[in-house]
Design a protein around this ligand. Structure first.
Ligand code: AGP
Length: 443
């Protein structure tokens, strides 16, 4: 076992750091980056049938289900076939209607998960085309599906799945690229994605350089937490669910992934200055909405840790706060832990307390201004909203930018590392958490 872990103290950390090479191996021999073509030998005989499907249904459990969620939109976009993601256990319970011209894709690292296998047997018995994507050649799911694509991530020992997730997302994306390969209109989109797949291993290596910064952040901001909310939308919703699952399963910290659009439908009630929050804000088509969600949280005293990309312009927040908030920054710097200088710290001004009802006492002794509901909804520039609302330094982890459909791979890795450090610092068995098995072969 020591040999397999190399110089790493745990399998999980090794597997997180494997991701530049595991992602490369998933693409190896399948993507021609010069001709912009993708070849998946395992699926070639069924490609026309898949393209003519009435629906494509992705099925998995846990992390594998999250890979389905992360890939659903791009599969639909590139294939022009309606795509659904299903939890295997729920699918088995419902025994839903299946059409003979449906395509099912069963996603499983181990290829042995009982719920996924039951779902496969049910769909197969109803005459649907059943494909598999696993990390285990010769596994039950690999054998019982008509054909499929192995993720080739290499053995994953840690119970918490890490490199399998990123490779599953890449495989499902490659399937989407093949399905869309006939469309001239989609050619620019395919080229954009393939260009980014080429440099993905390097960008993953860049993210891994944040390890020490993330360890420090975990120590200072999350170690004593009893609850954690992770929020994001669109492609980043799956990232939040996956990050929350990692943190639950190895750090035994209750954590919840929230789709940001749902905040106002309930979770916003949880938000106060005490609840740790991680917010993913990336420059996709939904950036403005993500920033607004951030504002909704900071306006309620929330102090999110932001995971963003190196090119998202939050400088106006920083500049304006530096210009107007020197004194208050000094005041609250004493009450906040310093992080390494590479982490972006967005400072915003505090407003001194008066009898103004829109101001509320802050536990550190200074006051913050809470905008009223009209301000929440108005058209002010977002940076101003943030500046007005944020009650202190916001910490920002910056990952490289990539195309929207791959950004979740770069934003989930910091969450894998946070989960890892949290579990180690809490003294838990990182690789073999209590009550869980790597491969769940019972229903
Ligand atoms: C992931 O960290 C979990 N250990 C778990 O959710 C896992 O992904 C799930 O049990 C599915 O396993 P599979 O991919 O082998 O089917």
């Amino acid at each position: 076992a020591q040999i397999m872990k190399g110089s790493f103290p745990h399998f999980m950390l090794k597997e997180i750091f494997d991701q530049p090479s595991s992602s490369f191996n998933t693409m190896r021999g399948r993507i021609n980056f010069d001709s912009y073509t993708v070849t998946l030998g395992g699926l070639s005989s069924q490609m026309d049938t898949i393209r003519r499907s009435r629906r494509i249904v992705l099925i998995g459990c846990g992390t594998s289900f999250h890979a389905c969620l992360a890939s659903r939109a791009v599969l639909e976009e590139l294939s022009s076939v309606p795509v659904y993601a299903e939890l295997a256990s729920d699918f088995v319970d419902r025994r839903p209607v299946i059409f003979r011209d449906d395509t099912y894709i069963f996603v499983s690292q181990s290829g042995e998960t009982a719920d996924t296998l039951q779902a496969l047997r049910y769909a197969k018995s109803r005459g649907a085309l059943c494909l598999g994507t696993t990390n285990t050649v010769g596994s039950s799911i690999a054998r019982e599906t008509t054909c499929g694509v192995h993720i080739n991530a290499g053995p994953e020992i840690g119970v918490a799945s890490t490199k399998a997730y990123t490779s599953q997302v890449i495989v499902l994306l490659m399937i989407a690229l093949v399905l869309g390969s006939d469309s001239v209109a989609l050619a620019p989109r395919r080229r954009e994605i393939i260009d980014e797949l080429r440099v993905l291993p390097d960008k993953i290596a860049e993210v891994l350089k944040l390890n020490e910064e993330l360890e420090s952040l975990t120590e200072h901001k999350l170690l004593k937490a009893t609850n954690l909310v992770l929020m994001g939308r669109a492609f980043q919703h799956a990232t939040c669910l996956e990050g929350a699952l990692k943190i639950k399963e190895i750090a035994y910290l209750h954590s919840e992934g929230v789709q940001s659009g749902e905040l106002k439908h309930g979770p916003l009630a949880l938000i106060d200055e005490h609840l740790p929050i991680i917010s993913i804000v990336v420059p996709d088509a939904f950036l403005e909405k993500s920033m607004n969600a951030l504002y909704q949280v900071t306006a309620r005293g929330g102090r999110p840790i932001i995971i963003s990309t190196t090119d998202v312009d939050l400088s106006s927040v920083l500049a304006a706060s530096e210009a107007t908030g020197q004194a208050s920054a000094a005041a609250h710097s004493a009450s906040t832990e310093a992080l390494p200088s590479s982490s972006g710290v967005l400072r915003s001004p505090r407003v001194g307390g008066t009898g103004d009802p829109s101001r509320t006492a802050h536990p550190t002794g200074t006051d913050i201004t809470l905008p009223d509901e009209d301000q929440l909804l108005d058209q002010q520039p977002i940076s101003h909203k943030l500046l007005a609302a944020a009650g202190g330094p916001l910490q920002c982890i910056r990952v490289p930018r990539t195309v929207d459909v791959l950004q979740g791979i770069l934003t989930v890795i910091p969450l894998q590392l946070v989960a890892y450090h949290l579990a180690v610092k809490r003294g838990f068995n990182v690789d073999f958490p209590r009550n869980l098995a790597k491969s769940v072969t019972v229903e």
